[in-house]
Design a protein around this ligand. Structure first.
Ligand code: UT7
Length: 342
């Protein structure tokens, strides 16, 4: 049997600072009614004093290691999904590895909101080949640093956060069953940061034009998202030999409740099959899918033997989906209880 990557530990971290719709209404021309009805978002978390991409990632990772009953020294690989690094060089994975006290290889995958699923699938390949046994995958985003808080079309959507999983080869067929990774670079300009890279290096002019912030063509991304949620879900479930209706839970990228509702209608699936926490955190990019996964486990929505599909989409434009069967580990106590026991 192929060695599948099974989720044996999980953890999350979100900053305590809350930015509500009412707060945003003080900053730009918007209101709670518009944001709630168009996106489903009520509040998001924004980094506080001293919080960085690395500190958030490490906090989530420590919780995941505790749940897995594993020491960082036992890790064979760390993969960090992130597009909001502490520094341009090196990538966050190296800082995270050092802070955790691990001595294994570590690298970062920058695939926007699809980054966590890209990273999960990448980690899964190392486990399938038998090269590595204990792999930590983190999705972390301090995306508020790239948000223009004078642009009401983007600033209402995004928030900061982190979540992590520990993977190990399964003994019983649980784990990563099927996946699809995708990229359509021809649509890159619909969601990008036009300034600050090598084509348009940071300069006073870039800053004056606010080109160092995220620019988004919301309607185009919306259409892409609905299309990809539906087609990717059909592709990965057919690959896994599972009927979409038989999935126990679907974990979509938390970008906009309307995207999830539209996809549910397109797929003719009930909305309660989709896990939703976008109202609490907004779009946390690479942290969105793992934050939802961890909360689904903590809330008892995923039990041993359950099958879930995670589907992400975002800048690139990119998409990524994975079907995962949950192993025995999810029957364990919540991370909070585990941390208290440790
Ligand atoms: O990870 C992937 C990341 N991105 C996404 O998933 C985003 C996908 N797109 C979306 O979620 C939606 O397109 C948005 C929430 C961004 C926008 O919703 P929409 O229903 O597509 O609105 P719209 O852009 O068509 O704008 C409708 C109106 C416009 O006013 P006019 O031109 O009709 O007078 C906007 O200027 O709403 C206005 N508007 C706002 N009004 C109040 C745009 N943003 C706001 C706002 N508050 N925050």
């Amino acid at each position: 049997m192929t060695r599948r990557a099974d989720i044996v530990g999980w953890g999350k971290y979100v900053p305590s600072r809350v930015l509500t719709n009412a707060d945003l209404a003080q900053m730009v021309d918007t209101n709670d009614e518009w944001i709630t009805s168009r996106t489903g978002i009520k509040e998001r978390r924004i980094r506080g004093e001293g919080e960085t991409t690395t500190t958030m990632a490490v906090a989530a990772a420590r919780e995941a290691l505790t749940v897995a009953g594993m020491d960082a020294a036992e890790l064979d690989l760390i993969v960090v999904a992130n597009s909001s690094p502490d520094y341009l060089l090196p990538a966050p994975a190296n800082f995270v590895q050092h802070e955790l006290g691990a001595s294994c290889p570590a690298f970062t995958i920058a695939a926007g909101c699809s980054g966590f699923v890209y990273s999960l699938v990448t980690a899964g390949q190392f486990i399938a080949t038998g090269v590595y046994r204990n792999v930590l995958v983190i999705g972390v985003e301090l995306i508020s640093y790239a948000i223009d808080y004078t642009d009401r079309g983007t600033c209402i959507l995004f928030g900061d956060g982190a979540a992590a999983v520990v993977l190990q080869p399964s003994e019983d067929g649980a784990g990563l069953m099927a996946f699809e990774l995708g990229s359509d670079g021809g649509q890159a300009h619909h969601l990008w940061v036009p300034g600050g890279g090598t084509v348009n290096p940071i300069s006073q002019d870039v800053v004056d034009k606010r080109e160092h912030y995220i620019r988004m063509n919301g309607q185009e991304v919306f259409k892409f998202a609905v299309r990809k949620l539906s087609t990717c879900l059909r592709n990965i479930t057919s690959q896994a030999g599972v009927n979409p209706a038989d999935l126990d839970l679907i974990i979509p990228h938390q970008a906009n409740l309307r995207i999830i509702e539209t996809a549910a209608r397109t797929l003719d699936l009930p909305l309660d099959k989709f896990f939703v926490n976008v109202h609490k955190y907004g779009n946390t990019s690479a942290a969105s899918i793992p934050l939802a996964l961890v909360e689904a486990i903590e809330e008892g929505r995923l039990k041993p033997g359950d099958t879930t599909a995670m589907i992400a989409f975002g800048s690139g434009l990119s998409w990524a989906g994975a079907v995962v069967r949950m192993g025995e580990a999810v029957a364990r106590a919540t991370p909070q209880e585990q941390v208290a026991l440790a």
